[in-house]
Design a binder for this molecule. Structure first.
Ligand code: IPM
Ligand code: MG
Length: 394
């Protein structure tokens, strides 16, 4: 049993509301077990920037890097809040941490719980049964098309000289040119892909056939970076002979993801493709309110709901806290594995069961799932279920 130091970064808009529900889950665990969570709240984001002139207080990055055992982030993004150089205000938090802490894997599970209507066809038509959508998309998180923005954000977070991408000259490219280089490295690809194969070992395979399968999603028919990514995939795959290999181009993948989600188990892909594909994937699990994520490196990690700050709902106690609560589930799993703390891994599963129990009832759903329950009401219901389970078990 240990005391873990958790940095809580609520951020903007509804991020602040769902962060409270994440904290409620940490408090619940602490109350019923010997696990201790020392929570440090750090105000940050675009609204904070508008109000104070800084994205977060000086020393915040260093706290996240040197002091915290794990981090939670609500959401970043405030309407009209940009830095003088045009970058997203609050970018030093989300992108600065991804790059500055070398959080190279963005883990995004996509699972349809019983009682949750997925969102294909705009209406709540139930095409797939729960259990038919259960995959994890691993998005490379430190390079690719985000490279320059990630570097600028990390430089700001760490007080380094701002990065500028190299000038490009080419006949015909004249006048004002906006240029986003997309570097993809063997090392960056390898560590992500390896994590994908390792995760497949811990899962039950794809819903359709129970086969452990890792899908490499790229655009290797067109780009050099993707060719390197696919070559690296084949190299790593040789170490995992028991896992089935699957390949797809990102454009075709968006079709297959929607048409036959049940055949996917673990998917590895590059940064921007993963950004886009996971928003599409969220549709299969009931929308962004259900989509949790972990930004994971070898030393540090932060966990965040995939949804944004949804400013139009801010302060209304209305949005779905489950993405946020499930991000704490991922945090428990990561902290448990990193610290050889099996109890935390078990607690992660108990959060999952508490969410599943809540949803199975089909009552107490937030507006995005067709109900009218409040954010805090859903958070409270899940925390109560978790309390009972913890009490019984520990
Ligand atoms: C995400 C978001 C971010 C991204 C934005 C807020 C910069 O869309 O986490 O998916 O593009 O990575
Ligand atoms: Mg995104």
């Amino acid at each position: 049993m240990a005391d873990y130091r958790i940095g809580i970064l609520p951020g903007d808009g509804t991020g602040r509301e769902v962060a409270l529900e994440a904290q409620r889950i940490l408090d619940t665990i602490e109350h019923h077990t010997n696990q201790g969570f020392e929570q440090t709240v750090i105000q940050c984001g675009g609204q904070h920037y508008v109000e104070t002139g800084e994205e977060w207080a000086e020393g915040s990055f260093e706290f996240c890097r040197d002091e915290a055992d794990a981090l939670y982030l609500g959401a970043i993004g405030h309407p009209g809040a940009f830095l003088p150089n045009g970058d997203l205000a609050g970018g030093s938090v989300i992108l600065g941490l991804r790059s500055g802490l070398d959080l190279y894997a963005n883990l995004r599970p996509i699972k349809l719980y019983e009682g949750v209507p997925h969102k294909v066809h705009g209406k709540f038509t139930q095409i797939w049964q729960p259990g038919m959508v259960d995959m994890t998309i691993l998005r490379e998180n430190t390079e690719g098309l985000y490279h320059s923005l990630l570097r600028r954000s990390a430089d700001r977070a760490m007080g380094r000289t701002p990065y500028e991408p190299p000038e490009m000259t080419f006949p015909g490219l004249e006048g004002e040119i906006a240029y986003d280089p997309r570097p993809i490295s063997e090392n960056g690809s390898e560590r992500l892909i390896r994590m994908g194969f390792d995760i497949a070992e811990t899962r039950n395979g794809a819903p359709i056939d129970g086969v452990k399968r890792v899908s490499c999603i790229d655009k290797s028919n067109v780009t050099r970076g993707c060719q390197l990514f696919r070559r690296t995939f084949d190299k790593v795959a040789a170490d995992y002979p028991g896992t089935e290999l699957d390949y797809g181009f990102i454009d075709a993948f968006t079709q297959w993801l929607t048409r036959s989600p049940e055949s996917y188990d673990v998917v590895v892909t590059s940064n921007m493709f993963g950004d886009i594909a996971t928003d599409l994937g969220a549709v299969l699990q009931g929308g962004m309110g259900m989509a949790a994520s972990g930004n994971i490196g070898d030393e540090s990690a932060f966990f965040e709901p995939v949804h944004g700050s949804s400013p139009k709902y801010a302060g209304m106690n209305k949005v779905n806290p489950i993405a946020s609560i499930n991000s704490i589930q991922l945090m428990m799993n990561w902290l448990g594995r990193k610290n050889n703390d099996d109890q935390l891994i078990e607690i992660g599963s108990m959060i999952d069961e508490s969410v599943a129990d809540h949803l199975r009832g089909g009552r107490g759903l937030t507006y995005d799932l067709g109900g009218d329950a409040s954010c805090s009401g859903v958070g409270e219901s899940i925390a109560t279920r978790l309390s009972a389970k913890l009490q019984e078990r520990f």
